[in-house]
Write a protein that binds this ligand. Sequence first.
Ligand code: 4AD
Ligand code: MG
Length: 462
Amino acid sequence: MKRTKIVDALASKEIGKLINIKGWVRTKRENKNVAFLAVNDGSTIHNIQVVVDVPNFDEETLKLATTGAGISITGTLVSSMGKGQNVEVQANEIEIYGTADPNSYPLQKKGHSLEFLRSIAHLRPRTNTFGAVFRIRHAMAYAIHKYFNDRGFYYLHTPIITASDAEGAGAMFQVTTLPLDNLPKTETGAINYTEDFFGKMTSLTVSGQLEGELGAMALSEIYTFGPTFRAENSNTPRHLAEFWMIEPEMAFYDINDNMDLAENFLKFCVNYALDNCMDDLKFLNDMFDKELIERLQFVISNNFKRLTYTEAVEILEKADKKWEFPVSWGVDLQAEHERYLVEEHFKTPVVLIDYPKEIKAFYMKSNDDGKTVRAMDVLFPRIGEIIGGSQREEDYDKLVARMHEVGIEPEEMWWYLDTRRFGSAPHSGFGLGFERLLLFVTGMGNIRDVIPFPRTPMNVEF
Ligand code: 4AD
Ligand code: MG
């Protein structure tokens, strides 16, 4: 018999129909005459209730249908008198696929802490919380592709292994096939990378932007959506060593077009979640964060506040606050500063532009003041920086001069500079950290809880 997903069974109006459902037992309640199994198959946060007339079933089978067991049930869809559901299944047949010993199954009881669940990341998708988070993660990935596809952007696959580390976004993980216990050396004693797989030193990418620019200078509007890797030892609730980034790159966009796109894009994603993930959002709202849905609605219905870095620093200097990291013009803003601007001062998402060039990457377009560049960071409540981007320097000579200033060999990036030698044009782009977006949309407090298998320092078990 063809299986019906629980999400469809719960919405079905075909009372009296024989159906088959499959899933995992969440709870079992029973007495001599009747047993109730709550079964979930991940298609929805809601369980379906299965009613079992105990005397009609083999005692052994029922005994094995404990919390966590994988089962198949064939039975009649009937109206439910119980609270919280319209229909339930009156069981005719139960097949146990796999048992889950109550003495050792770690999810036997409800109410485990998120910390504990992190230590069983292989099983935590079976909880309500992580089911909700991962369904929302899927929906957001789909929304992102839909947003760009509907606007004529092309999805460009940029490489994961790279020979350039010019982004300067963070420490890189090296990729090599050289024997680490017996490295080939040159005459001067340096590692001889000509013997490595690619003939030079390579790493995992920190960003697809530089290759994304090459695509935009031909296809006009592209986006990347892939994993990126940063080996910083920052053990914070907002950093992962492996995270997913969305990087649109657009020819003929200036910084204002870039800000407009970023704001419209973020609002689209949040709106998509409200339209398509309400059951899961309601669960997370009730369980963890009573203001979640309100906050999402607030973000889509208010304009982001746009101002310059210089204006922001003036506000922060005047603020009646004790900063852990003191503020003055020229310093990189910390999460505490970003969150003050968003949560206390403006009480709305903020876009900061025109940062000092010293704290931003070499490829950002210089402003006429000679001190600042056309960078843009989007700051969100609870998150701080959710997007980083800029208008790019399209002038060949200025770009080469800037590379010299920061110590990048222009020859090593000849392919990047070629876009400025041949048919250069104004262009802009940004990067959205996918897990930062998910932190915002789900209301979860720790980035390790919005990716199925988090990679952080000393954590790579699953
Ligand atoms: O600001 P970042 O470093 O910008 C870039 O990589 C540019 N190449 C983007 C571009 O212009 N195409 O990173 C972009 C975003 C950040 O705003 C943040 O949301 C996220 O990526 N991010 C991280 N997310 C999780 N863990 C980390 N370690 C992250 N580092 C950055
Ligand atoms: Mg940044």
